[in-house]
Write a protein that binds this ligand. Structure first.
Ligand code: NAD
Length: 475
């Protein structure tokens, strides 16, 4: 561990609270202890954030804030290897993934919002619109106040900074609560924000679990003005209840059961390679991963055979985040083996080293299950994809759009007209055509149905984290 796990409140580090173990999922060993924040500490953090709103931070111009966000990005860049090592230690993910996705994206998150703010200039936040009837109207954009940011374990730094950066860009103060399973990079981030010159209390960090613990105390706190949350849909429901009492705005990025559609005219080499990525990146523990793939019948057998063959070749993949999550995924695989067909994987790999005590699951391709089977309906969040055939475009769309979730989808086809017909008809927040997880941080990001509330990314984030106010002056 590169850095001890500590809370960061009002500009000071603190390790108070009952400790709980931090387990390395790649070998099952306890590697550190995490202090669980008490309700009193959460209260102190919210109060520190409120106090900071009234301090110098409140007077910083957008240009000042843009500069400090770039300094935070510089700080992560300077300590790149420490961040990578901490992210790998907490999640067990391969170094390459943390070094090419998680940490670079965290840097990009800060730079993107810093640039967006600078690009808008000092005055574009105040747009004058005379109405020609003797009055001048203008809009003032204000911060929401104290924002709680609650994040999951799968892309810990990336998803935390995805919300912290725009919240700070718009002048809010933040109390962050990362997943109890992956607290380390958030601590490094706290150090970097201090080094960058963010005033005390602007960014605060508390550790602990969710229900009946730091997460819940934070979302229920009357001093929290808005909640930005990424995690399971069920947790979103609980948080929305907590926010409802005081009508606090929420932005939710939630679970998914993402579909892919492979049409017979697709470039099958690309569709197979793309599906290996979309199903098995980070061992399927990315909210955007494909868990249901529908393949047009004439190419179903060939596609299934090729995907299974490529899947069997995979090595160097990381573990499930915890023993409990591994057991949950294996529970689905046991049912799938009874009710359907296992085309590749399906069990626990044996390495003959430390990893045999870790929480690994083989990348798995399934087929033959009905659409109402739990494996096809419920989010597994592991290295598992189920294949089923379809005959018509209408059927493909109906299959993809079934179910409670609506986060992301992929379409593989060489027919341009079909691509433009099918993609917008998908009931999701993001549809990729002939690719997966290609991101431009200015585009709207989020889900429909049980996959989320609101959109983040670019201006969408700046809009959520700020409140527009109209001033009308009679001339
Ligand atoms: P989770 O909902 O269990 O936990 C997420 C965070 O919420 C953690 O910090 C946890 O401590 C906290 N929490 C839990 N219960 C709480 C409560 N009652 N009140 C306040 N906070 C609470 O999710 P997870 O297992 O960490 O992450 C996996 C889930 O996240 C999957 O469903 C995945 O699809 C989803 N996810 C979605 C996106 C997206 O962008 N849509 C991105 C990544 C992950």
């Amino acid at each position: 561990m590169s850095t001890p796990v500590r809370h960061y409140v009002g500009g000071g580090f603190d390790a108070c609270g009952d400790p709980f173990p931090l387990v390395d999922p790649a070998c099952g060993r306890t590697v550190a202890e995490v202090p669980a924040a008490s309700a009193t500490l959460v209260d102190r953090a919210v109060n520190a954030a409120r106090e900071a709103l009234r301090g110098p931070w409140g007077a910083w111009s957008p240009a000042d804030r843009s500069r400090v966000l770039h300094l935070v990005a510089d700080g992560i860049e300077r300590r790149f290897e420490e961040f990578v090592a901490a992210e790998c230690a907490d999640t067990g993910k391969p170094r390459e993934l943390a070094a090419t996705v998680d940490v670079p994206r965290a840097i990009a998150n800060f730079r993107a919002y810093a640039d967006l703010l600078a690009g808008r200039g000092e005055h574009s936040w105040h747009t004058g619109t005379p109405d020609g009837r003797g009055a001048l109207n203008y809009t003032v954009r204000k911060p929401l106040g104290v924002v709680a940011v609650i994040s999951p374990w799968n892309l810990p730094l990336l998803l935390l900074t995805w919300k912290v950066a725009p919240a700070l860009a718009t002048g809010n103060t933040v109390v962050a609560k990362p997943s109890e399973l992956t607290p380390s990079t958030a601590c490094l981030l706290a150090e970097v924000t201090a080094e960058a010159g963010l005033p005390d209390g602007v960014f605060n960090l508390v550790h602990g679990e969710g229900a009946n613990a730091a997460g819940q105390w934070l979302t229920e706190h009357p001093g929290v003005d808005a909640i930005a949350f990424t995690g399971e849909s069920g947790t979103g429901t609980s948080i929305m209840r907590a926010a409802a009492d005081r009508l606090a705005p929420v932005s939710f990025e939630l679970g998914g059961k993402n579909a892919g559609l492979v049409f017979a005219d697709a470039d099958l080499d690309e569709a197979v390679a793309g599906t290996v990525r979309s199903a098995f990146t980070h061992s399927g523990q990315v909210c955007l991963c494909t868990e249901r793939l529908y393949v047009e019948r004439p190419v179903f057998d060939e596609f299934a055979a090729r995907l299974a063959a490529e899947t069997r070749k995979l090595d160097g993949y990381g573990p499930m985040i915890s023993a409990a999550h591994r057991d949950k995924v294996l529970g689905y695989l046991t049912r799938a083996a009874v009710d359907g067909e296992v085309l590749a994987g399906g069990g626990v790999p044996r390495f003959g080293d430390d990893r045999d005590q870790g929480f690994f699951v083989e990348p798995t391709v399934l087929a033959g299950l009905s659409e109402d089977h739990p494996v096809v309906r419920e989010e597994i969040f592991g290295p598992v994809v189920h294949l089923a055939p379809f005959d018509t475009e209408e059927e493909a769309l109906a299959l993809a759009n079934a179910g409670p979730y609506g986060l992301a989808a992929t379409v593989w086809t060489r027919d341009l007209a079909r691509a433009h017909r099918v993609a917008p008809a998908l009931e999701v927040g993001i549809a990729w055509v002939n690719t997966w997880n290609l991101r431009d941080l200015r585009t709207p990001f989020g889900g429909v149905k049980a996959s989320g509330i609101g959109r983040e990314g670019g201006d969408h984030s700046l809009d959520f984290f700020s409140e527009p106010m109209n001033v009308c002056v009679k001339l």
